[in-house]
Write a protein that binds this ligand. Structure first.
Ligand code: GLA
Length: 395
């Protein structure tokens, strides 16, 4: 480890106290900050508890004061603070103040979802002639990896500094047969915060038996800050001209239909609330709003050059979020299952559509749709995927 690397990384099991040069917490006054990585204990759960391990909370800070917090439980991003156009920082993601909240119940707030993000119809798929059965945990379907998906396991954390920024790699070994999926799957998810206000999420996986795999990040965004109002005024652009329509249980029919002239056309910037309650649109009825996969124009992308997927602008604060990805799909979920029954960080009640998710991924239920891009990973192959979240402001 070089001198620079040593100077910029400081990680320790300390309670909310940063130590070492370069680990001062962001003052959030707009003054340049020293970038750093901090770790603290998020919870130390007794053996026999759902995790039985030490759960840490990491804080990445860049020179502009952008601050990203996440835990190695579920890879959950618990907080992201960015400035509005007046330079005031606020938290732009939904979640809980402590691990107990996530353990009690969470609609995948901020989590890494897998082994298969999104739905697999009736919890069945066939691969190389064998039929596999998964837990059904969402109506008749399997959602986000089953009963104990990647959002509910403890990952091993490795902090680092490299040429792109500073970050932490989270490793997890998903055993053969876990949640019904075949093969020992080694997964690494890396969060890197860059000096130019990008949060890079890298996914890497290998397997010893063929398996479907679809990994995503399930952050709920509310760029107004501190979930102060619903997300219907957020203006969304999606780089897609088609989507995959679903049945009433949100499983794709297999068709790929153009979005032009429908409430799913976000080719030009449009307020999320503008058409969300349009009468007579059966797709919006099934989702109770948006909960659909968009077919991105990301073909030809690479980890070195992920393509533009979506942009969100919040007009009152000026905050913007841009997403770039190597994935072919984007699940846009407008928080339709939020209903005021969850009280999150700082006592905020998360009402109907108070957060939106933009989950870069392969299409839902791909193992049962041969016409969709394949999600099968085979021994000897490397699963590599990158999604970039770029934070900004507009006047
Ligand atoms: C995904 C799904 C939604 C919902 C959320 C979690 O976004 O597509 O239907 O299940 O996860 O509540």
């Amino acid at each position: 480890m070089g001198a620079t690397k040593r100077r910029l990384i400081c990680v320790g099991y300390v309670s909310a106290i940063a130590f070492g040069i370069g680990c001062a917490p962001a003052s959030q006054s707009g003054a340049p900050m020293t970038p750093g990585i901090k770790s603290e204990v998020f919870a130390n759960l007794p053996n026999g508890s759902p995790t039985g391990q030490l759960v840490e909370l990491f804080t990445l800070t860049n020179a502009h004061g952008i601050e990203v917090k996440f835990t190695n439980y579920g890879g959950i991003i618990t907080s992201i603070k960015t400035p509005d156009r007046a330079g005031h920082f606020a938290d732009i993601v939904l979640g809980y103040d402590n691990l107990a909240g996530y353990l009690a119940s969470s609609p995948y707030f901020g989590a890494i979802v897998g082994r298969y993000a999104n739905r697999i119809a009736r919890g069945h798929f066939t691969l190389d002639g064998a039929t596999y059965t998964l837990a059904v945990n969402n109506g008749p379907n399997s959602l986000h990896g089953g009963l104990r998906g990647f959002d509910k396991v403890v990952w091993t954390a490795r902090p680092f500094q490299d040429r792109e920024g500073q970050g932490v790699t989270l490793d997890y070994l998903s055993l053969d047969g876990e949640e019904g999926y075949p093969g020992n799957l080694r997964v690494a998810v890396t969060y890197t915060l860059t000096p130019d206000d990008r949060l890079i999420v890298d996914y890497l996986a290998t397997t010893d038996k063929a398996t479907p795999i679809n990994l995503s990040q399930h952050t709920y965004w509310n760029l107004a800050g501190d979930a102060s109002r619903d997300i219907l005024g957020h203006v969304l652009t999606i780089n897609a001209g088609a989507m995959t329509p679903v049945d009433s249980t949100l499983i794709p029919s297999g068709e790929i239909v153009p979005t032009a002239g429908t409430p799913f056309d976000f080719w030009t910037p449009t307020a999320i609330g503008a058409r969300i309650d349009q009468k007579g649109n059966v797709q919006l009825q099934y989702g109770n709003g948006y909960d659909h996969n968009f077919v991105l124009n990301t073909r030809g992308s690479s980890v070195e050059e992920p393509r533009f997927a979506a942009r969100v602008t919040e007009p009152t604060t000026g905050r913007t979020l841009e997403i770039y990805t190597t994935e072919p799909g984007l699940q846009f979920y407008s928080g339709n299952f939020l209903d005021g029954s969850i009280t999150g960080k700082g006592g905020r009640v998360y009402g109907f559509r108070y957060g939106l998710a933009l989950e870069t991924q392969h299409y839902p239920d791909s193992p049962n749709h041969p016409n969709f891009p394949t999600t099968v990973l085979r021994p000897g192959e490397k699963y590599r995927s990158r999604t970039v979240f770029k934070f900004g402001v507009t006047q």
